[in-house]
Design a protein around this ligand. Structure first.
Ligand SMILES: Nc1ncnc2c1ncn2[C@@H]1O[C@H](COP(=O)(O)OP(=O)(O)OP(=O)(O)O)[C@@H](O)[C@H]1O
Ligand SMILES: [Mg+2]
Length: 261
């Protein structure tokens, strides 16, 4: 069965696309077949993070009935598959609904589909959650962002979705809300902490995931840890054989095995 997970938060710029891409690449490095879908139909810029700004067949073509979903899959050098949206404006694409993705998802053979959610709480942001089995909620460690995240978490819970956990992005500032306070507010555990990292900007300039071009950077290691943790939760035995201690480091093994200290 394919696990469909949305990366969601109503707050714009909280790190959804960055997390979708790097988590997707990290899961793929653990041997998982991963497809990352740009579930942001109105501002579909996922492919810009990967240096493929305008591809001929996109999710928009699929949802408008002009292409099969398999025709919209592009394979990144990391092995992760991407289904981007159409960047250029196109009248026929104005009224598409992400809800229609449901009937196409069954044609994907991936182990995990990651939906890069749109900001907000309605429309496509809500549809991405509705399409998912579980929701990974992302937030920066600042109160307004956590407050946005709470709305998203509550909405997902109302829709009976499992919350995989909270990912703190751009963390490490003196003014950050403490992890335990974030957990108290959101009532879910923080399962990943991604530090603010200049390598993220350097990777963006190269139009590559930080995990691909700076695998030993703090943010890349954090995304690798997160993937190990998520896989370890569900497929512990399988995951152990995929961990490469040389790349991953002892910390990741500890995370993946559930040893916190
Ligand atoms: N750990 C990090 N360190 C430094 N910069 C980061 C980090 N994570 C994300 N960013 C930067 O933050 C900005 C916003 O990230 P991103 O686009 O992933 O957010 P988003 O939630 O997808 O936004 P939107 O709601 O508009 O879709 C980007 O410029 C990204 O490069
Ligand atoms: Mg985004």
């Amino acid at each position: 069965m394919t696990l469909i997970a949305s990366v969601s938060s109503s707050k714009g710029g909280s790190g959804k696309s960055t997390t979708s891409i790097n988590l997707g690449v990290a899961l793929s490095s653990f041997g998982k077949d991963v497809t990352i879908i740009d579930a942001n139909l109105s501002t579909p810029y996922l492919s810009m993070y990967l240096g493929a700004p305008d591809v001929p067949i996109t999710l928009h073509h699929v949802l408008s009935g002009n292409a099969h979903i398999k025709e919209a899959i592009y394979e990144h050098s990391s092995g992760a598959k991407i289904i981007p949206g159409c960047i250029s404006s196109h009248e026929n694409f104005d009224k598409l609904s992400l809800d229609d993705l449901q009937s196409h998802l069954k044609h994907l053979n991936s182990d995990i589909v990651v939906l890069d959610g749109a900001p907000g709480l309605d429309g496509e942001a809500k549809s991405a959650i509705a399409l998912s089995h579980e929701v990974l909620a992302v937030t920066t460690p600042e109160l307004p962002s956590v407050a946005h995240c709470l709305k998203t978490v509550r909405m997902a819970e109302k829709m009976d979705k499992r919350i995989s956990g909270i990912v703190l992005t751009r963390a490490g500032h003196e003014t950050d809300i403490k992890r335990t306070n974030v957990e108290t507010i959101l009532e879910h555990p923080v399962i990943g902490i991604v530090p603010e990292d200049d390598y993220m900007k350097k990777a963006a300039m190269k139009r590559e995931p930080v995990l691909s071009v700076f695998p030993n950077s703090p943010s890349a290691i954090a995304y690798h840890n997160l993937a190990g943790y998520l896989i370890g939760n569900k497929h512990m035995l399988e995951m152990k054989s995929y961990v490469n201690p040389e790349n991953a480091g002892i910390k990741i093994l500890r995370w993946a095995l559930g040893i916190k200290k």
